[in-house]
Ligand binder design. Structure first.
Ligand SMILES: [Cu+2]
Length: 228
């Protein structure tokens, strides 16, 4: 089954990893089964009534297969380590230096909804213009978004397939996640950790707006929050 379209800047690392692993696994499986089938036919009892130790050609074939597998393992390890570093290891400051200024959103998962806390127009949490959206994450296109995820009750998991994001959200711990959306539109996010009876209801909407639209939206939001 094809993957959902990727609208993130980092998603290709994941998609290519999956692609390489799938292709290599299938090829190695075909090779291995072919060798086993050939060995079964060649060393069948009717043709070899007595046991033989002369199978040097076959040992070479299996060693070649092992070497191919080791090379593939090295390629996959190197590729996914570079991707992992890009996606998971870089700190907020390095990400901001690389991708430009960021939008910060604090996400709290609870049974059974998502709360997205925004710092408002002043970009500082804990001030009067902060506001919270339930099950709705609004972000600008082509801009770094830094999410700080935590849970208020039990373990949840934040998954946004189009953004190639899926991380556990754990009470008492802050999980940092980043993305940069490359396409405007509405995309689903959901909880992927069975968290109780209402787990299936934990679906949020991610709305990616163009940068001018996002600025306008933020302004109207802040005005609404400021009003009595
Ligand atoms: Cu859940």
């Amino acid at each position: 089954m094809p993957l959902m379209p990727d609208i993130s800047t980092h998603g290709f690392w994941i998609d290519w990893s999956l692609g390489i692993i799938t292709v290599v696994t299938v090829l190695v499986a075909i090779l291995s089964f072919a060798l086993i089938a050939m060995a079964m036919v060649n060393f069948r009892q009717r043709k070899n009534p007595t046991a033989t130790r002369h199978m040097s050609g076959w040992i070479t074939r299996f060693i070649i297969l092992d070497i191919i597998m080791i090379i593939f393992d090295i390629v996959i390890s190197v590729y996914s380590t570079i991707g992992w570093t890009e996606i998971m290891v870089l700190g907020d400051e390095t990400l901001i230096r690389k991708h430009g200024e960021a939008v910060h959103v604090n996400v709290v998962a609870r049974q059974f909804f998502w709360a997205f806390n925004y710092p408002g127009a002043d970009a500082t949490f804990g001030t009067a213009d902060d506001f919270t959206l339930a099950n709705q994450l609004v972000v600008p296109e082509n801009k770094l978004v830094l999410l700080a995820l935590t849970a208020g009750d039990t373990i949840h998991s934040f998954a946004a397939p189009h953004l190639r994001i899926k991380y556990d959200v754990i009470p008492g711990r802050e999980t940092r996640v980043w993305f940069k959306a490359t396409q405007t539109g509405e995309y689903p996010a959901m909880c992927t950790e069975l968290c109780g009876l209402g787990h299936f209801q934990m679906i949020a909407n991610i709305n990616v707006l163009s940068q001018p639209d996002y600025a306008r939206w933020l302004e109207t939001r802040t005005l609404t929050v400021g009003a009595p």
